[in-house]
Design a protein around this ligand. Sequence first.
Ligand SMILES: Cc1cc2nc3c(=O)[nH]c(=O)nc-3n(C[C@H](O)[C@H](O)[C@H](O)COP(=O)(O)O)c2cc1C
Length: 367
Amino acid sequence: MRIGELDIGPGALLAPMEAVTDLPFRTICEEHGAALTYTEFLSAQALTHGATKTAARMWRSMEGRRFAVQVFGREPEVMARAALLAVEAGASIVDINMGCPARKITAGLCGSALMREPDLAARIVAAVRAVLPATVPVTVKHRSGWDERSRNASAFARRLVEVGAALITVHGRTREQGFSGTVDPRPIAEVRAALPPQIPVVGNGDVTTVADYLDMKAATGCDAVMIGRASRGNPWLFRAVLALERGEPLPTPPSVATRFTVWRRHAELVVAYAPVGMRLHELRKTLAWYSRGLYGGAEMRNRAFAEAAPAALLALGEAFFAALAEREAKSPDSSIRESQEGPLAKSMRRHVGKTSNDEGQASCGSA
Ligand SMILES: Cc1cc2nc3c(=O)[nH]c(=O)nc-3n(C[C@H](O)[C@H](O)[C@H](O)COP(=O)(O)O)c2cc1C
């Protein structure tokens, strides 16, 4: 896939995720075959006012890998200055957030609220395009529309491409839907059909397996697929997609030893790069992601809350994976997955039907 003058290799893209796609997370996904990674959305206002915490989130990818910085805001001139800062920080691509549904963002008429102001959205893209070097593409991520009555994805995308957007990512839900229901591939397909063939369209939403990946491509004709939530604690999904794209056999699911090695590397990156005050919290997050659905995971996560030192959390993780490896070795047939469903979970499943696939993460102010 080509974005402007950039060649992007095969494989899925890692979605921007607030409080998730920091340098350690992006590095792990890159090492497992993500074709491109994005920072979480960063406030253009904060960046241009010199907020050091926000600027620190633009950490460039290791080993010279390309990455995209995502910015949000609504003043074209401020967005242009923020985009320049992103490029100074090493971004190969500047992505503009026009999809965030969170009230804290839309109340300021940013994120998905811009889908109701196509003229302003176009002025933002034009202003950012005007200041960046020609080698740095400007891209936009948006939703299928503000709500059911105003699904305007294809007209909106066309407008943005006319003023310089080099790639459009569509999350196939409206702002009104938040994360509820399922992704609708039709608006993604419509955007693909509406844009010139040299402008890539990325399909996003609810891709959790290789089968979902194939479905997204088949249903929309999109040029690439972006994966968000399913990558947490599961970078192997990128490896599987890459193998598929290269026509290689699909890798087998990771063994306990592999899970441990990758969690440990992720945790070490957190220790090395997370701000000191955030280390504990970030380490707990890695434990939660990599233990999800695994035997003994719930108990380990509870214990993680009681630990107050990074070393203790690392030891807890090591003990968790060691016990899991023992279980795997003792009885290779027995699953390492949590299989026993408690009566409460069972009855909830009966009553709720299909559960949310975001475990409440949408409350993190995500797009
Ligand atoms: C915790 C979390 C944070 C998110 N933060 C952002 C963000 O900063 N910028 C953005 O464009 N989308 C953000 N999103 C939305 C994702 O990029 C993606 O569009 C969405 O999760 C649907 O893809 P998925 O089903 O593969 O997760 C976030 C989603 C989650 C769950």
